[in-house]
Design a protein around this ligand. Structure first.
Ligand code: T5A
Length: 211
């Protein structure tokens, strides 16, 4: 069976993932590679509804870390089974704006949830639908937040966390990159857009040589 490739994009708030996505779309279009672009939490109708609940729940009740983690994986289960897997099995490339590494970084690093729960859900829900390549947009959270201020949109529930939370998120991402250098490629997102695109092109070119 032809199998596509799964590329994921990760990083802290305001790291420039959305900006880089436009470049990645052009990159694959120019090479006439059929690519599905999706995101987490979200990517399917139900998963987008769960995203809304996670990021914009209209309630004074605080969302428990356990609830947040389980909702992330509930959305991910829908996303994998109904969107990612069928695309990969038809030989398509899939590019997801965030995936399972985000749960380790945000719920594990940020919220301090025990890794064993995340690993258990990862094994159950993600299984072998692992990314072939992960682009980690690394930036100091202070600079990331400066950038989102310029964007003007209001902050969602997670974006309203304190800077210490995002420092822990960054540390956990970097720790994962350190332990999985073959898959996770760090992009220095503090650089100019042109420099970020240059880094991306080099990583994508190297990856395409392997497929
Ligand atoms: N989440 C998600 C979890 O907690 N657990 C999980 O398992 C998953 C899957 C999702 C939220 O959910 C959490 C993480 C997140 O909090 P999201 O939709 O991924 O959120 O959105 P954010 O991460 O919040 O992404 P942002 O939209 O905030 O940031 P981006 O996309 O990284 O940044 P972007 O491209 O919008 O850029 C921000 C600003 O900077 C400028 C842009 O023009 C823009 O104004 N910019 C640059 N400026 C200077 N130099 C550059 N190189 C620049 N690149 C961009």
């Amino acid at each position: 069976m032809v199998k596509g490739k799964l590329i994921t994009i990760e990083g802290g708030e305001g790291a420039g993932k959305s900006t880089a996505l436009a470049f990645i779309k052009r990159y694959f279009l120019q090479r006439q590679i059929n690519c599905l672009f999706t995101r987490e939490p979200g990517g399917t109708e139900i998963a987008e509804q769960i995203r809304q609940l996670i990021l914009h729940a209209l309630s004074d009740e605080s969302v428990l870390p356990e609830t947040e983690l389980l909702l992330m994986f509930a959305a991910r289960a829908q996303h994998i089974k109904t969107c990612i897997l069928p695309a990969l099995e038809s030989g398509q490339f899939v590019v997801s704006d965030r995936y399972v590494d985000a749960s380790y970084a945000y719920q594990g690093g940020g919220r301090g949830m025990d890794n064993q729960y995340i690993t258990m859900l990862d094994k159950w829900i993600v299984g072998d639908v692992c990314p072939d390549l992960t682009l980690l947009f690394d930036i100091d959270p202070v600079l990331g937040f400066e950038r989102t201020k310029n964007r003007g949109a209001s902050h969602d529930r997670i974006e309203r966390e304190k800077i210490a939370f995002f420092k822990r998120v960054r540390e956990r991402y970097l720790e994962r990159a350190q332990n999985d250098r073959g898959r996770i490629k760090i992009i220095d997102a503090s650089q100019t857009v042109a420099s970020v695109e240059k880094q991306l092109e080099a990583v994508l070119d190297a990856f395409m040589m392997t497929v």
